[in-house]
Design a protein around this ligand. Structure first.
Ligand SMILES: [Fe+2]
Ligand SMILES: [Fe+2]
Length: 293
């Protein structure tokens, strides 16, 4: 798979954030790393009884399918209003890939006989930019944990390697999406006047507050009904991150985050809010005592 923007990596000319060159680089990075796989031809491996039980009991499938569907529609809705052709092309690809994630998940669910609750009817948001930013920052949170949990799933052997490998393109794409998104945010805010930028920054802060409220609120409601949990990447940790402390989980998430986002041109902005928050939390967590001999 082609990774990164080799042309840009080779030249490494200084990049002014907010410039046309910045826009071209983050759009072309997404477009040039497209993987044309088709969900319909994925050959789902046969699972033994234990692996099948572990997979079907993960409390994430409803919300994961719903989240991908919502992300696809919200990104497409935002792309529809974008006049810049390159930016629009990149956003449309992003929306297409979210829809493809939904197909991958839907195919997995049907291949392994997982029952989904009836999906909520999609309601188009009134504020399309707000919805786009909620989706983008939400992906920054989910991807950070998904990177680490995916690696732990690979190491644990709880799921067959073939099944884990099937999800590699999805996880890889989420890394490209959050890189694209945070660069769009940076590019957009730098094109605004001082007052407009202040308003934009306030909206970003409001999105984070909203996400915190949504996730804490939903976390508190866990156990009150079907698992409609927007913290699904964290909730899934209990099933994948066995024998791993919270500190250990954060270490894997940070390492995988650096590895996956390190593939791209270093001049692009990286999602840093959640990794920095995780580093702060990590400082207060005890180091696990070495196992007794
Ligand atoms: Fe996705
Ligand atoms: Fe995504």
């Amino acid at each position: 798979m082609k990774i990164g923007n080799s042309e840009a990596r080779a030249t490494r000319a200084p990049l002014r954030l907010g410039s046309d060159e910045h826009r071209d680089l983050f759009c072309r990075t997404l477009l040039s790393t497209f993987n044309p796989y088709k969900p319909a031809v994925i050959d789902w491996p046969k699972l033994d009884d234990d692996a099948l039980r572990r997979l079907t009991s993960l409390p994430i499938w409803d919300i994961a399918v719903q989240t991908e569907e919502k992300a696809s529609r919200r990104v497409q809705a935002f792309a529809n209003g974008v006049t810049d052709p390159l930016l629009r092309e990149a956003m449309e690809l992003n929306a297409f890939e979210e829809g493809r994630h939904r197909h991958v998940l839907a195919n997995l669910v049907s291949a392994y006989g997982i029952d989904l609750c009836p999906q909520e009817e999609y309601r188009a948001p009134r504020d399309i930019e707000w919805a786009f930013m909620v989706t983008g920052f939400s992906e920054c949170v989910d991807s950070f944990f998904a990177f680490g949990l995916f690696e732990l799933a690979r190491r644990s052997g709880l799921f067959p390697g073939d099944l884990v490998d099937t999800f590699e393109p999805v996880i890889h794409e989420e890394g490209r999406h959050i890189l694209f998104f945070v660069n769009w945010v940076e590019w957009r805010r730098r094109k605004l006047s001082l007052l407009q930028r202040l308003w934009f920054d306030l909206r970003i802060a409001a999105v984070w507050i909203y996400l915190g409220w949504e996730r804490i609120g939903l976390a508190r409601d866990l156990g009150d009904g079907p698992a409609q949990d927007n913290n699904f990447t964290v909730t899934g940790a209990g099933s994948v991150a066995t024998n791993v402390t919270l500190r250990g989980l954060i270490d894997v998430c940070l390492a995988e985050n650096d590895r996956r986002l390190g593939l791209y041109d270093p001049r692009l902005v990286r999602p840093n809010f959640i990794p920095n928050l995780a580093r702060i939390v990590r400082r207060f967590l005890p180091v696990a005592a070495p196992a007794a001999a």
